[in-house]
Design a protein around this ligand. Structure first.
Ligand code: NDP
Ligand code: HSE
Length: 430
């Protein structure tokens, strides 16, 4: 039976994502009504600059007082697409205090304060949905939270930042330098005026924290995720990667420890073989590879950013939350029962590609090899190229603990014959 009284929606934020949410709500109103079983009405739009012209938005709906909009008593669902920590956090709490379920795209807030937000939603018997917070349009949060709820996820590895994938793809395919590729990403609207959150890996780390919590039914915050940006990746690194049949991607990697007692969460550039499915993810696309005990290997792929793709995920959540409202039910809340701790980076086990600038004289190779051996790091391959009394030495290791590799590099830096450690990159996906 179709309900005639509409469900009222407060849109908090009407920028890149919010404006597309409003557009789709209007243009697809009939379909949304049929799918939900009741009409949904855009009842108010909170923004910072009320005088800005917003196509398709009735100016009478626009307000700068988001709190008053939530408190006025007739709102059923709030869509938070403001971003950042405050006022988004306070507004979401206000929504819950007033019986309003929330859809949010805010990865920064969820990675910092997800536990408190979930607790508040739970205590109020309301929904908190956030599909758009990770990997834009790609259905990933709901499949991991619901479709894989009966399985055991052991590993998640993904490209979850479109801007950095675009930059690395350009560097790889055209030989462009980092700055040139960043400038192109900015010109095309992928990178923001201040690209720090993307290129330094904060955006990917926030998404990694959210995914780690869902994958391992535990709690992970932004601070738990080891993070390295991609600003140091050079043309020489890409040349080395090519020689190994690899490319370089900024990866988010979440792993359950072999003993099952802890997990690790990290974001850093890494070499991956060209044969790996993630190697063929081009431009600003995202892809996430999930390894589950019974399901095996699953790959989720698609646009990870942009107004319309992200709005698609927000609208999917809106439909789910509205259906729950009509059924007087709520969807799944936070599942953090395992309470598995997140280990430090030193506990991660992987392979490494190390490029050294050394003196080209007898005994140097032996000295370098001994240093690796003394730290328990086994060498897989060594390649040396000499010129004018100096040599470039590229060492690829077998799997070793990150702590052991760090110790090795510290010792190598102290050797008189090692003039510099040019680059250290992890090798994944083999
Ligand atoms: P924008 O900066 O484009 O939009 C932010 C909106 O919030 C603007 O409409 C702004 O108003 C409004 N706003 C800012 N401060 C306030 C305030 N104090 N009260 C009311 N409204 C306010 O951000 P995006 O649309 O790009 O991002 C929104 C969210 O979606 C973020 O959490 C982001 O991480 C997430 N996201 C974004 C993606 C993307 O591709 N852009 C992809 C995936 C997630 P005004 O218009 O007046 O300036
Ligand atoms: N800046 C982010 C990216 C937006 O480039 O992927 C999507 O979260």
């Amino acid at each position: 039976m179709m309900r005639t009284r509409p469900l009222k929606v407060a849109l908090l934020g009407c920028g890149v994502v919010g404006s597309e949410v409003a557009r789709i709500m209007t243009t697809h109103a009939e379909d949304l009504t049929a799918r939900i079983g009741a009409p949904v009405e855009l009842a108010g739009v909170a923004v910072r600059r009320p005088s800005k012209v917003r196509e398709g938005i009735d100016p009478a709906l626009v307000t700068t007082d988001a709190t008053a909009l939530l408190k006025r008593g007739d709102i059923d669902v709030a869509i938070e697409v403001i971003g950042g920590i405050e006022p988004a956090r306070a507004l979401i709490h206000t929504a819950f205090e007033h019986g309003i379920s929330v859809v949010s795209a805010n990865k920064a807030l969820l990675a910092q304060d997800g536990a408190a937000l979930h607790a508040a939603a739970d205590a109020a018997g309301l929904d908190l949905y956030y599909e758009a917070a990770v990997a834009g349009a790609i259905p990933l949060v709901r499949p991991m939270r619901e479709s894989l709820a009966g399985d055991k996820i052991n590993r998640v590895m993904g490209i979850v930042n479109g801007t950095t994938n675009f930059i690395l793809d350009k560097m790889d395919s055209t030989g462009a330098g980092y700055q040139e590729a960043l400038d192109e990403a900015t010109a095309l609207g992928y990178a923001e005026a201040d690209p720090t959150a993307d290129v330094e890996g904060y955006d990917a780390a926030a998404k990694a924290a959210i995914l780690a919590g869902i994958a391992f039914h535990t709690r992970a915050r932004l601070d738990d995720v080891y993070r390295e940006g991609m600003t140091e990746v050079s043309a020489a690194d890409f040349a080395s990667a090519k020689r190994m049949g690899c490319t370089i991607k900024l990866l988010a990697i979440l792993e359950r420890a072999a003993d099952g007692q802890s997990v690790t969460a990290r974001v850093h550039p890494a070499m991956i073989p060209l044969s790996h499915p993630l190697a063929s993810v081009r431009e600003a696309y995202n892809a996430v590879f999930v390894e589950a005990e019974a399901a095996g290997r699953l790959m989720f792929y698609g646009p990870g950013a942009g107004g319309a793709p992200t709005a698609s995920a927000v609208l999917g959540d809106l439909v789910a939350v509205c259906r729950n409202k009509l059924a007087e039910a709520t969807g799944p809340g936070e599942s953090a029962y395992t309470q598995l701790p997140v280990s430090t980076m030193g506990d991660v086990v992987t392979r490494y590609h190390i490029s050294l600038d050394v003196a080209d004289k007898p005994g140097v190779l032996a000295q370098v090899a001994t240093t690796f051996a003394e730290h328990g790091v086994s060498i897989d391959t060594v390649r040396q190229q000499g010129k004018d009394g100096e040599a470039s030495l590229v060492v690829v290791t077998h799997r070793a603990h990150d702590a052991a590799l760090s110790g090795t590099v510290e010792a190598l830096r102290k050797l008189d014959t090692v003039r510099g450690v040019d680059s250290i990159m992890r090798v994944e996906g083999e």
